[in-house]
Design a protein around this ligand. Structure first.
Ligand SMILES: Cc1cc2nc3c(=O)[nH]c(=O)nc-3n(C[C@H](O)[C@H](O)[C@H](O)COP(=O)(O)OP(=O)(O)OC[C@H]3O[C@@H](n4cnc5c(N)ncnc54)[C@H](O)[C@@H]3O)c2cc1C
Length: 416
């Protein structure tokens, strides 16, 4: 069977890996010249199963309202985005109930936990090094009331058996010594010891090399313009350099999946939510962060990826805009200096902005759709690195006619 995987982000490359391992002929197609050149390039690096909570919640409504008059809430809704957000926005609002949170948290946690096991198995099978650190993630809070809310919001994951450790200020500093610099601003934190960090781009690049060794062909610098359909099946992906024909197609285009799906009559509710990412060289390796942390007060996530510090922040609804300017990163630079001082080189920053492919309810969209030979692997949102290996394993199993190892309830297209 020949499978064309559209998209060479972490989703496309992991899908190609599983299919090639099973003996399929695989062609990966991407408009960029390198793999992982868009959203999979600059994420926070967190394998954060302990954060598998949906954005849609009763509290999200308050945050949304606040964002109209405050610019410091980490969430920005551009008015020009509103006309394009109606369908997605209404679905999002519908999920903002306690029942919605419990349902979507279970679905996100199911695919995330499975994905973490799949990632471990790939690591074991390939020996890939992607600067992984398996020593947990700390979610820390700056005021007592927020800490109480944060602990309460984790209940749906605690009910699923996910292990958390609640720590006081000294516990936070014990986990990440650099937090001693802001001791008087801390209220406490939550450690998810099973969470991990690692460089998604490095992982994707190295797995792509492993795919090439398995015979996968990469058609890079090749934008897909349209999927040509006949008799309810895709017959070709049309590109400027000619048609790509295959028996089966996988749509793994991140935030751009709906663009190619729409002419086929598929309405994929995946909205691009922009995030900003700052990378700073660590010049004193004895003093960088030792594990991943999320500053819940400032809404900044940071981790150490080899010899760099990666910080990410902001959820901005502004369609496909990925523009950025240095001032967008000032609050991240401030935090880096506060915590790590001259151990990081702020004179050599690398700025980046990219789009989270968000569904309104939170879980991804995996597997079959009404077009016979088209499989979806998209909509992983703010947790695509966490969910990648599991999502792709499920999609590969479905293509191969095998029963996935987890239930797909609530993870497929037919829920919409
Ligand atoms: C700031 C930020 C921080 C994040 N932090 C984390 C984190 O810590 N942990 C976590 O789990 N997740 C995180 N995420 C989410 C995660 O990065 C994404 O969910 C994931 O990278 C999505 O992967 P993807 O392969 O679906 O999309 P992408 O990586 O965007 O890949 C899609 C590919 O499709 C290609 N493409 C698009 N259109 C076409 C076309 N017409 N023709 C050909 N090619 C096309 C693109 O070039 C691209 O290479 C973060 C996201 C952001 C923005």
């Amino acid at each position: 069977m020949h499978v064309a995987v559209l998209g060479a982000g972490v989703m496309g490359v992991t899908t190609a890996y599983y299919l090639a391992k099973a003996g399929c002929e695989v062609t990966v197609v991407d408009r960029q010249n390198e793999v992982a050149a868009e959203t999979s390039y600059g994420n926070a690096g967190m394998i954060s199963t302990g954060h598998a909570l949906p954005w849609a919640s009763p509290r999200a409504l308050k945050t949304l309202l606040k964002s109209f008059w405050r610019s410091d809430v980490g969430f920005r809704l551009r008015l020009r985005a509103l006309p394009h957000l109606t369908g997605w926005g209404l679905r999002f609002l519908k999920e903002c109930t306690a029942d919605g949170v419990a349902r979507n948290a279970e679905r996100k946690h199911r695919i995330s936990a499975y994905s973490q096991r799949c990632l471990a198995a790939i690591r074991e099978a390939t020996g890939l090094d992607y600067h992984e650190r398996s020593n947990g993630i700390l979610y820390y809070f700056r005021d007592a009331a927020h800490f109480e809310l944060g602990k309460a919001s984790l209940k749906p994951l605690g009910n699923l058996g996910h292990g958390f450790e609640m720590v006081d200020v000294e516990g936070c500093i014990g986990f990440e010594p650099a937090l001693a610099h802001i001791r008087d601003q801390l209220a406490g934190g939550v450690i998810s010891a099973s969470d991990e960090t690692g460089d998604c781009r490095v992982f994707t690049e190295r797995l792509a090399d492993a795919c090439r060794d398995l015979g996968v062909r990469f058609e890079m610098g090749t934008a897909v313009k349209r999927l040509r359909q006949a008799n309810g099946r895709i017959v070709a992906a049309e590109t400027a350099s000619g048609d790509i024909e295959a028996d089966t197609f996988v749509l793994a285009l991140g935030s751009y999946s709906p663009v190619l799906a729409k002419p086929l009559g598929l309405n994929l509710p995946v909205y691009p939510v922009k995030g900003y990412s700052l990378t700073l060289p660590i010049v004193d390796e004895t003093r960088g962060p030792r594990a991943g942390c999320v500053d819940e007060g400032r809404l900044v996530a940071f981790s150490r990826l080899g010899d760099v510090l990666r910080l990410t922040a902001v959820a901005e609804f502004d369609r496909f805009d990925t523009a950025h300017e240095p001032a967008d990163f000032d609050h991240m630079v401030d935090l880096a200096i506060q915590l790590f001082g001259d151990a990081v080189d702020t004179t050599r920053p690398s700025h980046w902005a990219c789009l989270r492919p968000m569904t309104p309810d939170g879980p991804p969209i995996l597997g079959q759709c009404p077009v016979d030979n088209l499989f979806l692997n998209t909509g992983q949102g703010h947790m695509g690195w966490t969910m990648a290996c599991g999502s792709s394993r499920v999609v590969a199993d479905l293509i191969l006619g095998q029963q996935p190892e987890i239930s797909l309830d609530g993870l497929t297209y037919d829920r919409y």
